[in-house]
Write a protein that binds this ligand. Sequence first.
Ligand code: MG
Length: 469
Amino acid sequence: MPVNGAEGRATAMAGLGGLYRNLLLDKSFVALAEKATRQRNLNDYEKGTVRVINRGIRAFKKLPYEFVEKENRTYVKAEIAWRRAKERSDFRIFRPELEEVIKISQDKAELLGYDGHPYDALVDIHEENMKTAELDRIFARFIPRLKHVRDRVMSSGSEFTKESRLEHRKYAVDKMGRINDQILKILNYDRDSVRLDVSTHPSTFPLGPKDARITTRYGGVNFKNTLFSTIHEAGHALYDLNIDASLSMTPLGRVPRFLSQCASMGLHESQSRFWENFVGRGRSFVRAVMPILRNNLDFLKRYDEEQVYAYFNSVRPGSIRTGADEVTYDFHIALRYEIEKLLLTGELKAGDLPEFWNDKAEEFLGVRPKNEAEGALQDIQWTMGFGYFPTYTLGNIAAALVWHRAKRELKGLEKNIRDRRFKPLQGWLRQKIYRYGLTYPPAVLLKKKFGEGYNPDYAIKYLEEKYLQ
Ligand code: MG
């Protein structure tokens, strides 16, 4: 979309958000919701509907219209400043706007209320019922063991740690586009329901039932980047497209904009990571797609499957989050999560962020960012407040749990992947997760279908088996 339209679109979105809020808080609607809440013998879908509507009403009752307007304006201004700051790699341009974002986030947490940590109020928007104390427990159980895995991988001298020449190989964009199209095809995407386009930041936009728009990007070199961006976004789209048709046009089957969340961002991300990493970076998938890759990229004729597999899975700690490998990705998230909490409580001042970020990057990744664009200005997310980043790690953790169970429950899973038969796996995921939409809060759905919640043990086990055997 045209860059110059950003401010106009933001104004329109804020206006629609205001209208939505007024409709939701309309007295007669609130009375209906209260009546529904008192009903007994509701089925799970009805209970879910009441829960989701009440969640919206509760939030909007606490956030005055003027606040929501001011919040939106703050984010729009912050994004404009961030873009300029990032381009010039100059944090000073972004600092005053970041201070405004911190202030509005603190106010939002106070308005929404919390029992434990102010961060609770913000993370709940993206991950219903998640608490900071629980996130702390999950990270504490995950990150030290992940460091151990990383250190062992890095000192192993295995193929994964070596640089592949493929990282520097240039490709023709039209050929890569053809590959992405063909991969969507073998993954059973109905192109009458899914569009694939190009954008600066790969994203998924679910516009309605049977209408998902995904975007990817083509850097012209290192083809795995566009390949895995496409598979990642396709994983998001698969979730959206497989919500039960009977739930469409209900609060359970659409993206409820009032809290800007889907079933939960953690679960949603688990599905993009599931397809990108657990399926896409696996040996069986390499076998499945090798003919498509070779047909379009001549230079691959000199590489065998094992070399491509090593290239897809190379482990290299770096300062950039996007495109980071499976072993080091969550260090990027742990760093951001720690910083967000400190900014919110005021323990860390915006002005001290660049130094602090660089120190933390060195601690977690062993690399000091070259400049502020690769450091504190790296991501756009903080122009929209806090509480989102940890859902990336929740996604990785849940994806490992789901993969563990898929391997146990689906006979011939690897063979099916090699033979490009993805329907059994997709049908299984649909029954386990996708079809329910927002019917259950994320932890309830995980417990119901997989017997446990965000348990990082499976992610560690998966990484050890893949990278250390
Ligand atoms: Mg994603």
